[in-house]
Structure formats: structure tokens, C-alpha cells
Ligand binder design. Structure first.
Ligand SMILES: Cc1ncc(COP(=O)(O)O)c(C=O)c1O
Length: 354
């Protein structure tokens, strides 16, 4: 009965499903494997008393923007805060598209660009990456000049492939498109790659970042973006008031005070990425893609069996329904012992009976 009233857009979508991961080894959502470090936890417990939780949050995000500005060397007037970078993706679509407009995304990439695009009633034009998940820049630019998207989403490094774009490729796209270019740098701390240096030269560039990955606050939902003050003022028109809660604002600012610990953890993950990549590359019948992120994508004819075996062992990785990711799984880099458990289970399947 209610389906008579549902919007066409909602009808085209399915609800988002995520493994609860209450138990087991969660290597499916690209989180880091550690909780808050002790310094941040203590500082937050102390601060909690002073947080006036009976009041609405600071809608200007003064402290948090100051901390982000210090971290990124970008002026506070060029920063906007979101309830996760997911919310900023939605806000970008609300600020820069009308129903029926076109947006351009790569395929495969982070699925939420398409989901929020559908919610906003835009047409999503997809550029299929090649068999090794790489982009042919000239071809891509020709296509976007033909399609004239209002927004081009570039995920760098790309999720789920971990593959990077070169800065020159991004700049070429910025030069040649009459629209907004969003460079999603959710995995910036693991890649060391950023287009932030291009911000002064391109008013149509938006950089998205998140506290959910290297900064370890996925549970609090904080993201931010860097862009020209003109773009920020467009976002501010559609931003829901008080969109990030007081506690999350305080925690995010506190994490940025202790970047030494973040860097230490990032180095561990990068070391594990190198180790696990080498191990996986050594396995018969498995193709492993070089990653600039905190996850690795791999392809194998035995993906179904590997996924099942991992689930039996309580190890969760990401599988995909997207046909271009046929036979692929994505594993988040966990702690050294989690990575060992994952690797042993994969090896067991591939060498079963050999
Ligand atoms: C590329 C990319 N962008 C954005 C997000 C969303 O992050 P957040 O937790 O800040 O909403 C993710 C999460 O996996 C991601 O992979």
C-alpha cells in the first residue's frame, strides 16, 4: 500500500547493508583496527564535563575548523564540516545539481556518489575503467566534454581498487571541465597524495576528507572539505544546521592534537600493506592490485570459496555485486595478527588438496 506513495528515486534504491562485525575480524569497511589512543581518551574524558550537552553544538565549528586549518594549512574560510564525508557528498549534489542534470563517476568507485546522485534525481554517467582499473585520461576528458556533467567525482586513491591518479591528470580535468571537480581523499593519510595545492588556482575544485579512516573516528561521523570560499558559501546554503554533534567536534579536534600517534599507526598500516601485498602476490592464481590505501583489492577464480572460508573463520571482507568487480574481494589492512589470520585462510583455500 505505502509503495503507492514512494518516490521514483527511492524505488530505484535499496537500503544500505553493512555487516554488524560485533564479533570476528572486521576487514570490510576500511577502518583502522585500533580504538582511541590513551592521550585522546583522557583528554576527552576531562573535556566531557565542560561540554554543555544541553545546548546545541557550535554551528560555526570554530575549534574544529581551527584544528583542521592547522593540520591542512588551508584557511578556515575554505573549510566545511559534514556528518561524515558522506553528508558532504550529498550536500555537493544539493548545492550544484538540479534533477535531470548529469554527474560523472568512474566505475568502479565509491558507490555513495551514485546513491546520493539517485536520491537527488540526477543522471549518473559512468566511465568504465579498464581491466586493470586504470583510467585513460584523454578518453575520460573527451567523454566529460561530451556529457557536460555538473560534477565529476574522482576518488584518489580510488575505493575499492586502491589505485591512484596523478596530480597532472586531475589538473588536466580541472582545466577542461565546465563544472565542479570533487577529489575524494578519504585515504589521504595512507597515500600522501593530495590535490590541495591546486586549490588556489581552481575555484571549482573540492577536496573531501574524513576522520573515519586514518584518524580512527568512524563511529563519530566527521568529515570535512576544502574548497574556495565561494564554493563553501554554496555548501552553507544546504548544510543542515548543527550537523555534527558537540562530542564528535571535540573528539575530532582532540585527535588532530595528537598527530604523532596517528602517523605512527599509519606507518604500521603501510608496512602491513607492503607485507600483505607481497604475500598475496606470491599466491598461485591470485591477482593483487597495488594499493595506495589501507585496503587491497584482489582477483581470483576462487573468490566465492575464499569469501565463504573467511566467513566461517569469522573474518569479514568486502565482496561486490558490481559486474566489473567480478571475482574481486577487498580486504582492509588490519593488525599484523588479523592480517596473518586472513592470509592463512586464503592460502588454505587456494592450496587445498595441492
Ligand atoms: C572514498 C570514500 N569516500 C567517503 C567515504 C565515507 O566516509 P565517511 O565515514 O566520512 O562518511 C568512504 C568510506 O568508506 C570512502 O571510502
Amino acid at each position: 500500500m505505502i509503495n503507492r506513495y514512494i518516490s521514483e528515486r527511492a524505488l530505484r534504491l535499496e537500503s544500505y547493508k553493512a555487516e554488524p562485525n560485533a564479533q570476528g575480524i572486521a576487514l570490510d569497511k576500511n577502518e583502522i583496527p585500533w580504538g582511541l589512543n590513551d592521550n585522546v581518551e583522557e583528554a576527552l574524558i576531562k573535556r566531557l564535563k565542560a561540554l554543555r550537552l544541553n545546548r546545541y553544538p557550535d554551528n560555526d565549528y570554530a575549534n574544529l575548523k581551527k584544528a583542521i586549518s592547522k593540520y591542512t594549512s588551508v584557511d578556515t574560510r575554505s573549510i566545511c564540516i559534514g556528518n561524515g564525508s558522506d553528508e558532504l557528498i550529498h550536500m555537493a549534489l544539493q548545492a550544484f545539481t538540479d534533477p535531470g542534470d548529469i554527474i560523472a563517476v568512474q566505475n568502479p568507485t565509491f558507490p555513495m556518489y551514485k546513491v546520493y546522485g539517485t536520491i537527488c534525481g540526477v543522471r549518473v554517467w559512468e566511465y568504465n575503467l579498464d581491466g586493470n582499473f586504470e583510467m585513460k585520461s584523454d578518453e575520460f576528458i573527451n567523454c566529460i566534454q561530451r556529457e557536460k556533467p555538473r560534477i565529476v567525482f574522482l576518488c584518489n586513491p580510488n575505493n575499492p581498487t586502491g589505485i591512484k591518479l596523478e596530480l597532472q591528470e586531475i589538473e588536466e580535468i580541472l582545466k577542461r571541465i565546465d563544472g565542479i571537480v570533487i577529489v575524494d581523499e578519504a585515504y589521504f593519510e595512507f597515500s600522501g597524495l593530495t590535490a590541495a595545492g591546486l586549490l588556489p588556482g581552481y575555484e571549482n575544485l573540492i577536496i573531501l576528507r574524513t576522520f573515519s579512516k586514518a584518524l580512527g573516528l568512524a563511529g563519530l561521523r566527521v568529515g570535512y572539505m576544502l574548497a574556495s570560499p565561494a564554493v563553501i558559501s554554496c555548501f552553507e546554503r544546504v548544510r543542515p544546521p548543527f550537523n555534527v554533534n558537540t562530542f564528535a567536534q571535540a573528539a575530532a579536534a582532540e585527535v588532530l592534537e595528537d598527530m604523532g600517534k596517528v602517523t605512527e599507526r599509519v606507518e604500521i598500516i603501510k608496512g602491513e600493506r607492503k607485507r600483505l601485498t607481497a604475500l598475496l602476490k606470491g599466491l598461485r592464481g591470485l591477482q593483487c592490485f597495488e594499493s595506495w590505501s589501507n585496503f587491497i583489492l584482489f582477483r581470483s577464480g576462487s573468490t566465492g570459496k575464499i569469501y565463504e572460508r573467511l566467513q566461517e573463520a569469522g573474518i569479514y571482507v568486502r565482496n561486490f555485486s558490481n559486474p566489473v568487480l567480478k571475482d574481486c574481494l577487498r580486504v582492509t589492512i588490519g593488525s599484523p595478527s588479523e592480517n596473518d589470520s586472513f592470509y592463512e585462510a586464503v592460502k588454505e583455500v587456494l592450496y587445498d588438496g595441492a
